[in-house]
Design a protein around this ligand. Structure first.
Ligand code: ADP
Length: 480
């Protein structure tokens, strides 16, 4: 039997109602561990513990909070190779990506260790004589955090760290298909010096544990990353009882390639943005919008680069593209690959199920050409290593098509023209714009988020994180 991993509630490790195996997508005979499935009452216990701890933690010295986050960050960084390996084993991204993501999580904890000390307010003169006005930021209270499987350590880190830095208590539910990194974070935080109840981990099904968190009136805020569909449920349920809500959902991110682009840079941006991390990133470039003068050379360049990509077991250091996360995601990817062909796009490369040494969910990255922006493959998020080329006549058409989408997370342009780069930065209807860079790949100290159906609520990460994790108080004083 695989090792069992428990929930962490009120400072104690607590058994689940049952356990769910966490299967390695690179080798389905490898069970990473059996992870607790919490009962709904255990989610309620965690919320009660977090509520009980909220007042003292909210009033604790920022030094205490800063020290705890630094300690956690130090341990994550010190163990980045081991935890990164675990990440690759449970999620399927390559070892370099897994270790890199783990180091990123540590940097996020270190960043917010500093931010805990930097909360500031304002003092203003009142419009009434003899009165002063000051603003300060206070914690929200209990924050529910619900995260997806695709960044199993970085996304939890960039929600947990600011929540704790600013004095909130946390009930955290990682994705059921990749809970191991979330469990490791809980284990590390259990030794970081947090009072009991400040941080709680409840694992299990979204429709049970997640549902219990978003509906509970004791939860003052929910930060969620996942699908548009579940995001809507979170907004309605948590918003319905007055909790603040922050949602990061899908993307259908365009990468515009203009005739004057540096071809090598454009190809590299497309291949990295579309296929690395197996395309399982909400910032992945799924629509490659290419002007006609460079179209053929660009497509040839991307196909040549794709032919060299090594798809394989995530923990093999030579692998560049790991497996898809699980069977249902693989089926979804395959069905979109079939759909694209039915819709009239040309499958120019890849899209094949691969049988490798170990039994896993391997798929060769797929490129469609001759695709139109109104095809479903260009409207719906596939969330796999699948990208389509849309040929356009000029920059204006490229910009229109880039913005013609329900989503607005990240948008990129490859050009050597300052004029077009500047125009695109201004007119792109996305939360993040990249010039001569892949649409995926962001810094941790600046805001992250999108527009339209991609995001809801205030930005995550960097100094902007305080908008969600604090409430502003305005205090008036008349010296008596
Ligand atoms: P993905 O396609 O990334 O799995 P989901 O939106 O299904 O996206 O899952 C993201 C997170 O939301 C996971 O932690 C999942 O367990 C949780 N979740 C799923 N359904 C619900 C729900 N009904 N209520 C709350 N959380 C949910």
């Amino acid at each position: 039997m695989a090792k069992q991993f428990d929930n962490f509630i009120a400072g104690e490790w607590v058994k689940g109602a049952g356990y769910q195996p966490n299967i390695n997508p690179s080798d389905t005979s490898d069970i990473v561990g059996d992870f607790a499935r919490a009962r709904v009452e255990q989610a309620h216990d965690a919320i009660a513990a977090a509520s009980g701890a909220a007042m003292d933690w909210g009033l604790a010295s920022p030094q205490v909070r800063s020290d705890a986050l630094r300690k956690a960050g130090d341990e994550i960084l010190g163990r980045k190779d081991e935890v990164g390996y675990l990440l690759s084993r449970e999620e399927g991204k390559t070892l370099a990506e897994g270790i890199g993501e783990t180091a990123r999580a540590a940097q996020v904890f270190h960043f917010f260790s500093g931010e805990a000390l930097r909360l500031s307010g304002e003092t203003l003169p009142s419009v009434r004589p003899g009165i002063s006005v000051e603003t300060s930021r206070e914690p929200v209270g209990v924050i529910g955090l619900i995260t997806p499987w695709n960044f199993p350590i970085a996304i939890p880190a960039w929600k947990i760290a600011p929540a704790l830095a600013f004095g909130n208590t946390v009930v955290f539910k990682p994705a059921e298909s990749a809970p191991a990194c979330g469990w490791v974070l809980a284990d590390i935080l259990s030794r970081a010096g947090l009072p009991d109840g400040v941080f709680n981990l409840v694992m299990g099904k979204g429709s049970e544990v997640g549902d219990a968190i978003i509906h509970h009136p004791g939860v003052g805020g929910v930060s969620f990353t996942g699908s548009v569909k579940t995001g809507g449920l979170v907004r309605d349920a948590a918003g319905g009882h007055g909790a603040r809500v922050q949602l990061e959902m899908g993307g259908k991110n365009p990468l515009v390639v203009l005739d004057d682009a540096d071809l090598d840079i454009a190809v590299d941006c497309a291949v990295q943005g579309a296929f690395y991390s197996t395309g399982q990133r909400c910032t992945a470039s799924s629509r490659l919008i290419v002007t006609k003068g460079i179209h053929d050379a660009f497509v040839a360049g991307v196909i040549a680069a794709m032919k060299k990509l090594k798809v394989g077991n995530a923990v093999d250091p030579k692998t560049q593209i790991g497996p898809v996360v699980d069977a249902s995601q693989l089926n979804q990817d395959m069905s979109y690959i079939e759909l694209g062909q039915k819709e009239g796009a040309t499958l120019a490369m890849g899209g094949e199920r691969l049988e490798l040494e170990t039994k896993g969910f391997y798929l060769s990255p797929a490129l469609f050409t001759d695709s139109a922006n109104d095809m479903r493959i260009n409207r719906e998020e596939i969330f796999g290593p699948v990208a389509s080329v849309i040929r356009v006549k000029d920059y204006d058409e490229a910009l229109n098509i880039a913005n013609d989408t329900a989503f607005g997370l990240s948008a990129g342009i490859c050009t050597q023209s300052l004029k077009y780069a500047s125009d695109f930065k201004r007119k792109s209807q996305a939360g993040m714009v990249m010039v001569n860079l892949p649409t995926a790949g962001v810094d941790y100290h600046v805001p992250f988020g999108g527009r339209k159906r991609s995001s809801y609520g205030s930005r995550e990460q960097g100094a902007y994180a305080r908008e969600f994790y604090t409430i502003v108080k305005t205090a008036y004083t008349r010296p008596s």
